[in-house]
Ligand binder design. Structure first.
Ligand SMILES: [Zn+2]
Length: 934
């Protein structure tokens, strides 16, 4: 397709400048800035223009915004520091070099400032780079304060708000590199910063004067360095699309793509950005991803979360259509909106912006997974029909294309500059929208139900209540603690209850997080990620919505962080402490803090010093350890009573298991979430891979093997990554320091093989306990580790984007359910296998089942809910001398379903006492040490 650029129009400058300057408060007119993309007086970098023209694979893949770069004495361009221009073939920049560039730029230009915001999970420094006029950068703090006033307009009159807006500037935040395989935007952003700092075209000057740009150079720096290592080790010379290989086994410390699904900001890097956000309040956050051809511009399509301000759904297509229209005008094909990403889940990283009354923007730009130019075949229509014309894609992508990193740079930089141009033309509109959205959030809490929520004090386990409060606080939601009895509607709650009033700037987000997602607009619509996330259900704590306006007037003291001190009562010099198991996830943390002590679990409830001790409560010998026990109990928010002797109930030892966690090389992410949870609660484990399993003799080293959800099916464990002609090593070398972390292998291809399955069988036969979660639960049935149980999949019209559903506990006497009091519990439905257990075994082996049916869907969307009716959710099967625990659920799903964590943690703590009394004794083995016969 030929380029079809508009010729430059002559301007009647005097008239327009005078007229429009008055309107937009800038020395540069709107019209002028649209077409004047260069400064006639600036020297341009000829080497840049020549290189970029060469690297751009077709003339239409570039715009007049980025086909040139001014050369300014004393201010370094990326090439001056790095040795190459952004988008150069076969060049990816390490994070330290990226920071080096920004710091060189900031040192040379008063229009650029770099601030340190914290660290990543692996300890790299995180920064935000500000670019604006000299005046803006000199007065950053003032502009930060302006935005803070608009973000929390309580106490501002309309008149005062107008004054703030008149004086304020929008902050437009750009971030790339969240997904480490999406390598282009971090390169582009350096050029963008330079261009914004030095170019004197009317377009750029208007941006620089009327707004402030902030940049996250790389949103996941740890993964960036790992991926760049991998690129130079394996990918750089692969220029044939069919020979491409995947990325490294890890990006960040724990997760890959899910750094964009971390709804509770567990990962340090993500939390650091959130903290920065809550300090600076950029009304726009623009996230740059890579996937579909040639550039998808997010417009917030259905299903839309109706709790977001309706203004947002005007803003998103406003920007997206402007950019698409302009890029088409420049002749750039394949730019489209709509038809891909919806606006339902609040769990994406950039959603921190619209969750907090700003605007999340997002691109997907076509990329090659690196900087190597290659022919890309899109004759199948391209992902999401990108090569097909549609009403939202008037100029589609091509059926085949030679694509380069510079094309990627051209598209993303042009798009982002256009978004900034629009902002710079309407800065006051953007600010007023931001103010109004913040104001509406407060007003909605005044005028609409629920007006707030109560987290009653006196819940049996307050540790999960405190966790919930702190997750809300992390996101800036105000929480108070009632200073006296709370009376709302017909209900009364004790003093000390936590109260969330909705008439606050982030009342909107509180509603989104706390309500049931029973407002999904149309069950025929697909959604990109989770459909349900209701926090009270996920933490299995009581959260009561209050429709009574009186909640707004309940006297409270503000909670910065919910700190729960545990209680220790009873005997002063006890022989033992009884520690109540009320369902706190901190019980396992306590067990490991006291790992050297011979702790027991009570198998039945009892009373100690007037305190209820349910089954599962710990009996801890106090001699010589009283101080330590008391300190741990208090710190972990638990309840202990000192008693003279052990209670008269059946008990078993809580032996400390030697735990292995199994990971395939091809699917480490869901394993990563379980690793994260284990690390947070202080549970030691060895992370093992196919190499260790094949080595055999697993029983010598381990008592428990945990197989987190991973892969598609059992076969993916056995065959693993597709072998190549040569081994694919994931090892640390002098040159590649970021590889070989979290495990290493001389060849990550291939799986555990059938010999690996055999080793697992030996492990079980030898008395080992294996726990399979989610998709990993397909392995034992498919490969004969268990004789009578089968796994299948839901079919037909079934669609369950991870809603929350009811499950029923059938064997409440199993140690797995210590601390659980209700027969039915809310469970995150994660599309694990459908298990079939022979009818005669069900009573004994099925510990929990899904209730099924539409009425059992508590939050989010499940189509075809009758298919899971009465299906086993957790199955416990003796195998040989060992035991298999098959979870069709995922008890550690991201950092979200805390209420389910104990279904795994309890199993670990009681791993050699999981046997529950059966109705008839059925422990008949086949005499060969193999699978138990039924
Ligand atoms: Zn991405």
């Amino acid at each position: 397709m030929p380029a079809s650029r508009l010729p430059r129009l002559p301007l009647r400058r005097g008239f327009l400048v005078a007229a429009l300057a008055a309107l937009c408060g800038s020395a540069v007119s709107a019209q002028q800035s649209v077409v004047e993309t260069r400064s006639p007086t600036q020297t341009q970098d000829e080497d840049f223009a020549k290189s970029v023209a060469e690297w751009t694979t077709r003339p239409e893949f570039i715009s007049p915004l980025v086909d040139h770069l001014p050369k300014v004495e004393g201010v370094p361009s990326p090439k001056d520091v790095l040795g190459y221009h952004a988008g150069a073939p076969k060049k990816l920049t390490y994070y330290a070099d990226i920071l080096r560039y920004y710091r060189a730029l900031a040192a040379a230009s008063p229009r650029v400032k770099v601030i340190t915001t914290g660290t990543t999970d692996e300890g790299r420094e995180t920064v935000v780079v500000f670019v604006g006029s000299e005046e803006s950068i000199a007065n950053l703090e003032k502009y930060r304060e302006d935005l803070a006033k608009l973000a929390d307009p309580r106490g501002l009159t309309e008149e005062e708000a107008r004054e703030v807006i008149a004086d304020a500037k929008p902050l437009y935040h750009v971030m790339g590199g969240l997904h480490s395989g999406e390598t282009g935007p971090p390169e582009m952003e350096m050029e963008l910063a330079y261009r914004l700092a030095v170019e004197d075209s009317p377009l750029i000057r208007t941006i620089r004067d009327n707004m402030i740009v902030s940049i996250t150079p790389v949103a996941e720096p740890d993964g960036r360095d790992r991926y760049v290592d991998w690129y130079y080790r394996y990918l750089v010379d692969i220029d044939n699309e069919d020979e491409r290989i995947g990325g490294p086994p890890y990006w960040g410390k724990y997760v890959l793509h899910d750094n964009n699904r971390d709804i509770n900001y567990s990962q340090v890097t993500m939390r650091t950005l959130l903290d920065w956000y809550l300090d600076w309040h950029p009304p726009i956050m623009h996230e740059l991803h890579e996937s579909i051809p040639f550039m998808y511009d997010y417009s917030g399509q259905a299903p839309q979360n109706p709790d977001f301000d309706p203004i947002l759904f005007g803003e998103l297509p406003w920007y997206a259509n402007w950019e698409m229209g302009q890029m088409i005008k420049y002749g750039m094909p394949g730019v489209w909106t709509h038809g891909f990403m919806d606006a339902w889940s609040p769990g994406y990283l950039g959603a921190m912006s619209y969750n907090h009354n700003g605007m999340m923007r997002m691109y997907e730009i076509f990329g090659n997974g690196g900087a190597t130019t290659m022919m890309r075949d899109l004759s199948d229509g391209g992902d999401r029909g990108a090569t097909k014309r549609d009403w939202f894609r008037p100029l589609p992508a091509y059926d085949s294309v030679v694509w380069s990193m510079r094309n990627n740079t051209n598209y993303s930089e042009t798009g982002v500059l256009l978004g900034m141009q629009l902002t710079s033309q309407f800065p006051k509109v953007v600010l007023e929208n931001f103010y109004k959205k913040s104001l509406h959030s407060i007003q909605d809490g005044e005028n609409e139900t629920p007006h707030g929520w109560v987290l009653p004090a006196g819940q049996r386990d307050m540790t999960r209540v405190a966790t919930l409060v702190n997750l809300l606080r992390l996101q800036g939601i105000e929480v108070g603690q009632a200073t006296k009895k709370v009376e709302v509607g017909d209900s009364t709650y004790p003093a000390g209850s936590y109260v969330i009033k909705r008439n606050q700037p982030y009342g909107r987000l509180a509603k989104i997080l706390l309500e049931r997602q029973d407002n999904y607009p149309d069950p025929s619509l697909m959604t990109y990620d989770d459909s349900g996330w209701t926090m009270g259900l996920m933490l299995q704590t009581e959260v009561v919505p209050a429709d009574d306006r009186a909640i707004l007037d309940v006297p409270t003291s503000p909670v910065d962080e919910a700190v729960l001190s545990g209680t220790v009562t009873g005997e002063r010099s006890p022989a033992v402490y009884a520690v109540a198991h009320y369902g706190s996830t901190n019980m396992i943390a306590l067990r490991y803090r006291l790992r050297d002590l011979g702790v027991k679990a009570a198998e039945a409830s009892f009373q100690a010093g007037g305190v209820d001790m349910p089954a599962g409560s710990f009996i801890v010998p106090a001699t010589g350890a009283a101080d330590r026990i008391q300190a741990a109990v208090k710190e972990l928010g638990l309840t202990a009573v000192g008693v003279k002797g052990e209670p008269d109930v059946p008990m078993h030892d809580l032996d400390i298991p030697r735990i292995a966690m199994y990971s395939t090389w091809g699917s480490t992410q869901d394993v990563g979430w379980v690793r994260y949870a284990f690390d947070r609660f202080g549970i030691p484990y060895d992370l093992i891979y196919k190499e260790r399993v094949r080595q055999g003799n697993l029983r010598a080293d381990y008592d428990v093997i945990v197989m987190p959800s991973q892969g598609r099916d059992g076969k993916s464990f056995v065959v693993g990554l597709e072998p190549r002609d040569e081994p694919l090593a994931y090892t640390k070398t002098d040159r590649f320091q970021n590889l070989g972390m979290y495990g290493s292998s001389e060849d990550i291809t291939g799986g555990m093989g059938l010999e690996g399955v055999l080793e697992l069988q030996r492990f079980l036969d030898g008395g080992g306990v294996m726990m399979t979660l989610g998709n990993a639960t397909t392995l034992p049935p498919e490969f004969g580790l268990v004789r009578d149980i089968n796994a299948s999949r839901t079919s037909g019209n079934f669609y369950a984007p991870r809603p929350i559903v009811e499950a029923k506990i059938l064997r409440s006497e199993s140690p797995i359910f210590y601390g659980y009091t209700n027969e039915t519990v809310p469970i995150k439905y994660t599309n694990g296998p459908m298990l079939q257990v022979p009818e005669e075994d069900r009573d004994d082996e099925v510990l929990m089942k899904f209730v099924g049916g539409d009425d059992a869907v508590l939050s989010g969307l499940m189509r075809g809910a009758s298919q899971i009716k009465d299906r086993p959710a957790i199955v416990d099967v003796p195998v040989g001398k060992g035991r298999l625990l098959l979870y069709s659920t995922n008890p550690v799903y991201r950092w979200q379903n805390h209420g389910e964590f104990n279904m795994l943690f309890n199993a670990l703590m009681n791993y050699d006492d999981l046997q529950v009394p059966t109705k008839e004794d059925k422990t008949v083995t086949d005499g060969s040490g193999g699978t138990a016969l039924r």
